[in-house]
Design a protein around this ligand. Structure first.
Ligand code: UD1
Ligand code: MG
Length: 349
């Protein structure tokens, strides 16, 4: 067997106090066929960290401390990465009392039957682990995130949850307007801008394809609503899958309550990774964000575009980084260093 490398995990302390009555579910059991590799999609590395761990960290930064990651039993590589992350987290929780109660668990989806079915597996996993929650479903909000949207900020998830709660919605759709909506589900609205339905591109008429308002994929819903609606989803669509995206329209049709619309502004942050090309574009965007953070702390990059710096690397001020450098793992660059062109530092991973 090939040795498995330990994932590079950036310890995240939630920037916000742990959110009560909130369950996070991350869908990561899809096959990722469009990546054209033998590695499961969410195990692909973005700046040294597997996509699935970016998704977990974003939820934790938002203050979500109860997280269920939905995986396929065939994805042993991903399961190992999540387990290593959980072990690392347990060690951190020991040191940080604010994180007491933090929990990341795995739920299995044995067959990839679609995002709606995956969300059902995740919700069931969370409730099996904590049966007392079944009585309190109406008090809970569930935030469903994806394993293939690594750039979303914790702060964005926090605002999304806050808006869902403030508007007292039963379900809140998270939409955005990308320059090119190709591949995304479209969010259909009426003339007043109120939500009607999400239509997957494969199921859109040519007129619906012209709609730019797109679905980020994330869904925030009250626990009792999801628990009721997820098992009722049908699969009569072009892909023959149970779509999570059908949940809001089903809630509307049953007049079961308000469906809200939350809009994101930064399309790069919300982009999904479905192909190698999209992964490369994502790496460029996230790298620029990491370097910008260090520039604000006084690090000078002579040629940012030819500099590879993982988010686990730390710098003191007054560092100058020359072009063509590769800094990875838990490398620390002390004050006043000039990192010479061609340097490769990997730290301990
Ligand atoms: C999905 C949305 C689409 C949205 C887009 C945003 C649905 C039906 N479509 O499409 O509206 O615009 O994301 O990026 O939700 N997964 C499972 N089990 C499954 C299928 C998928 O866990 O059976 C996981 C995948 O691992 C992935 C996530 O769900 O992390 C999304 O699946 P993907 O196939 O990438 O959906 P998209 O086609 O991108
Ligand atoms: Mg996707």
């Amino acid at each position: 067997m090939m040795p498995q490398s330990t994932p590079r995990v950036v310890p995240v302390s939630p920037e916000r106090p742990p959110l009560e009555n909130t369950l996070g579910v991350i869908l990561a059991a899809g096959l990722g066929k469009r990546m054209k590799t033998s590695l499961p999609k969410v195990a692909h590395s973005l700046l040294g960290k597997p996509l699935v761990l970016w998704a977990i960290d974003a939820l934790r930064e938002a203050g979500v401390v109860d997280i269920t990651v939905v995986l396929s039993p065939a994805q042993t590589v991903v399961a190992e990465k999540v387990r290593a992350y959980v072990a690392n987290l347990s060690a951190m929780v020991g040191e940080d009392r604010a994180e007491a109660g933090a929990c990341v668990r795995i739920a299995w989806q044995t067959e990839a039957k679609g995002t709606g079915h995956a969300a059902l597996c995740g919700l069931r996993g969370a409730l099996e682990a904590n049966p007392s929650l079944v009585e309190r479903l109406a008090e809970l909000d569930v935030l469903v995130g994806f394993g293939d949207t690594p750039a979303v900020r914790g702060e964005t998830f926090a605002r999304y949850l806050a808006s869902h709660r403030a508007e007292k919605n039963k379900v809140t759709v998270f939409a955005f307007e990308p320059e090119n909506p190709r591949g995304y589900g479209r969010v259909l609205t009426n003339e007043q801008g109120a939500f009607i339905a999400i239509r997957e591109e494969k199921d859109c008429t040519s007129k619906e394809c012209e709609v730019r308002l797109s679905n980020s994929g994330f869904l925030c819903a009250r626990g009792d609503v999801l628990h009721d609606v997820l098992p009722r989803l049908g699969n009569g669509n072009a892909a023959g899958e149970y779509y999570l995206t059908d949940v809001p329209a089903l809630v509307l049709s049953g007049q079961e309550g308000r469906v809200g619309l939350f809009k994101g502004a930064d399309e790069k942050e919300l982009a999904g990774v479905n192909s190698q090309e999209q992964l490369a574009a994502m790496a460029e965007y996230v790298q620029a964000r990491v370097l910008q953070g260090w520039m604000e702390k006084g690090v000078q990059f002579l040629a940012p575009k030819s500099t590879y710096v993982e988010p686990t690397v730390t710098f003191d001020a007054d560092v100058v980084v020359e072009p063509f450098t590769y800094l990875a793992g838990n490398t620390h660059v002390p004050q006043g260093t000039r990192v010479k062109a061609g340097t490769r530092w990997e730290g301990n991973t």
